[in-house]
Design a protein around this ligand. Structure first.
Ligand SMILES: N[C@@H]1[C@@H](O)[C@H](O)[C@@H](COP(=O)(O)O)O[C@@H]1O
Length: 353
């Protein structure tokens, strides 16, 4: 850890400590031995590639799906619950890439059981998980370890490391050199550390809840859809504040009716370099209603708040955006009078179907 990292004190909750450990978790992954077999797997002519998981682990696969689909691969991103409901999607020549921090979420275990006993055709299974003893790691034809270490509650280190493992998968499919990917992950670790050291969002979080009828939403397009959905999920879990995540245009199809004073919209992946102006137009239109708009990136829109920097790499934008979401979640929890990241009803591993 460098001098920039805030000092850990006993006042921090386990969730906050996990948030601060993310740069080192990324470095541990970058320095770990490369998984033999991934490059060879990526070269095989799969009939279908299916990315699955639950919650934030599933969202981490969204950018991979977009890149594979863009490259002409028949690829799906479908959560494991829906995959169990549509087993016909899996064919014997499919590659199923399942991401699960615990490797033991109920839907993942059920999927493994059905693949194992023939209720679902025996496809090739890649398991991305932090626990080498988990059902997913032991059932997978190829186990890709997260190297994210223990995690107390809500996903933090495991989400960022899942994004980084997916970056390695993308690199295998696109034929990039592993050293370049490793360097990229190390650079992202540094930029996550800078983000943690320099970002202050307590005032913004307090303002967002300072209405008798507050509403919160997140929006992200393309790969930043992953961040918008991640932010929506972990904010609910960590702060008990109702917030919904939306993918791009989804926000205009109904949720816009919540616009006006008291609505705060966090827009992830808001970059000046983006030739698609839909995010800028959405921010403009929301500001005009009296809503509060927080842009995560370097895009500036009159009347909105911009937090962040230009995107140095796709993984960098995803990782720093996710860290911003975690910092908002912590401050929203404090403003809401709850312990950041403490589960009220759920638990770290959801096993019930
Ligand atoms: N509350 C957790 C979520 O935070 C997590 O994203 C999801 C997936 O967990 P895993 O990655 O272990 O499969 O499970 C639970 O529902």
């Amino acid at each position: 850890m460098t001098q920039d990292t805030p000092t850990m004190t006993t006042d921090l909750t386990p969730f906050e400590i996990d948030v601060l450990e993310q740069p080192d978790a990324l470095r541990a992954l970058a320095h770990a031995a490369s998984e033999v077999g991934l490059d060879e797997l990526a070269r095989r002519p799969w009939e279908r590639v299916i990315l699955t998981g639950m919650g934030s682990s599933h969202f981490a696969g969204i950018p991979t799906w977009q890149i594979l689909a863009h490259a002409g691969t028949a690829a799906w991103a479908i959560d494991a619950g829906q995959l169990l409901d549509t087993p016909g999607l899996i064919t014997p020549r499919s590659l199923v890439i399942a991401t699960s921090q615990s490797g033991a979420s109920g839907e993942i275990v059920e999927l493994i059981d059905r693949l194992g006993d023939g209720r679902i055709p025996k496809a090739h299974l890649v398991g991305i998980t932090s626990d080498p003893e988990s059902p997913l790691a032991t059932a997978a034809d190829l186990f890709l370890p997260l190297h994210s270490g223990s995690e107390a509650t809500v996903s933090t280190k495991s989400y960022l490391n899942s994004l980084a493992v997916h970056r390695q998968i993308i690199g295998a499919f696109t034929g990039e050199h592993r050293d370049i990917i490793r360097e990229g992950i190390l650079e992202v670790a540094d930029s996550v550390e800078r983000t943690l050291a320099t970002t202050q969002v307590a005032t913004l979080a307090g303002q967002a809840l300072n209405f008798s009828h507050y509403r919160l939403a997140t929006v992200g397009k393309r790969d930043h859809a992953a961040t918008a959905l991640f932010a929506g999920l972990i904010t609910k879990e960590s702060s008990k504040v109702a917030i919904e995540g939306h993918i791009g245009g989804q926000f205009r199809h109904g949720p816009f009716e919540l616009a006006g004073p008291g609505l705060t919209v966090f827009i992830y992946g808001a970059y000046r370099s983006d030739t698609d102006l839909s995010i800028a137009h959405l921010a403009d239109d929301l500001v005009a209603t009296g809503s509060s708009v927080v842009l995560i990136g370097d895009l500036r829109v009159e009347g909105a708040t911009t937090l962040g920097d230009r995107q140095t790499s796709p993984l960098g934008g995803l990782a720093t955006g996710a860290v911003m979401a975690e910092l908002f979640a912590i401050e929203l929890a404090k403003a809401n009078g709850v312990t950041p990241g403490a589960f009220a009803f759920g638990s770290k591993i959801t096993t019930a179907l």
